[in-house]
Design a protein around this ligand. Sequence first.
Ligand SMILES: NC(=O)c1ccc[n+]([C@@H]2O[C@H](COP(=O)([O-])OP(=O)(O)OC[C@H]3O[C@@H](n4cnc5c(N)ncnc54)[C@H](OP(=O)(O)O)[C@@H]3O)[C@@H](O)[C@H]2O)c1
Length: 255
Amino acid sequence: MDFNFEDKVVIVTGASSGIGAEAAKMFAQYKAKLCLVGRNESRLQNVAQHCELISGNVPLCLLLDLIQPGSCGEVVRKTIDKYKRLDILINCAGKLQMGTLHEEDIDVFDELMAINLRVPYFLTQLCLPHLIKTKGNIVNIGTSYLERYKPGFIPYVISKNGLDIFTKHAAMEVVTEGVRVNIIKPGVTRTNLIQNLNIDEGFVNYAYDNLIAELGLKKIFDPKEVAKLILLAASNLMPRMTGSSLKMDGAVIIA
Ligand SMILES: NC(=O)c1ccc[n+]([C@@H]2O[C@H](COP(=O)([O-])OP(=O)(O)OC[C@H]3O[C@@H](n4cnc5c(N)ncnc54)[C@H](OP(=O)(O)O)[C@@H]3O)[C@@H](O)[C@H]2O)c1
């Protein structure tokens, strides 16, 4: 595909791992200037080194827990300080954790709403003045499992449904200002998302086997495949695509 992100300034949250890491590397391949955000220092540095090697541009690397007060502001402020402009925001940082109504506290719900919904919302607000100047765009990362009515998924699915609805409203709110907002909704993708549930390796494989069984394609996505779709949505090849929801699920048999 004929992507060209030369001189485009791109913020990628969740750049230290999985889908965000592959998106960052692919943006670098097409010469974007990057602000990479994550919490794991060694993984973020690995991604940054890879990006520098292929693009010649040294990325701005920010080690931040985005749900902490002040973090989102720091991302936007430091990006503008370094590059003086912003073209694209990729809201990829996210977390899966199981939570049920039988628990006695609301901590899981609060954390997932914070990282999966509040952070993209707040970053959108903070980035908007800069994106209006460049007629830029935002790509949110949702999930294809928006109607997964299985115990344990309530907080995650609510947060991602919120992000889905947010995307459509945001797109409408900023359409006249020339800013596009879209959402990519991947199916099961091999990243650290499930490993981060802190379950043993055997159960991780068991979980993947069960998820694969529900897929017509019988195959888990590689994060590079999702990254391609992110770049397509963010690119100038799609100048009129906004408010769109791009589902890539491998034909789910049981939603
Ligand atoms: N993998 C799938 O099957 C799948 C399917 C549908 C949608 N998604 C979505 O895709 C997105 C990327 O996930 P992934 O699959 O690539 O998982 P991943 O490998 O676990 O990556 C998640 C990323 O989010 C970052 N992150 C999480 N909490 C954060 C916080 N509080 N502050 C800053 N960064 C934070 C992580 O940073 P650190 O690792 O540095 O802490 C990491 O870079 C998520 O929004 C996820 O919901 C994934």
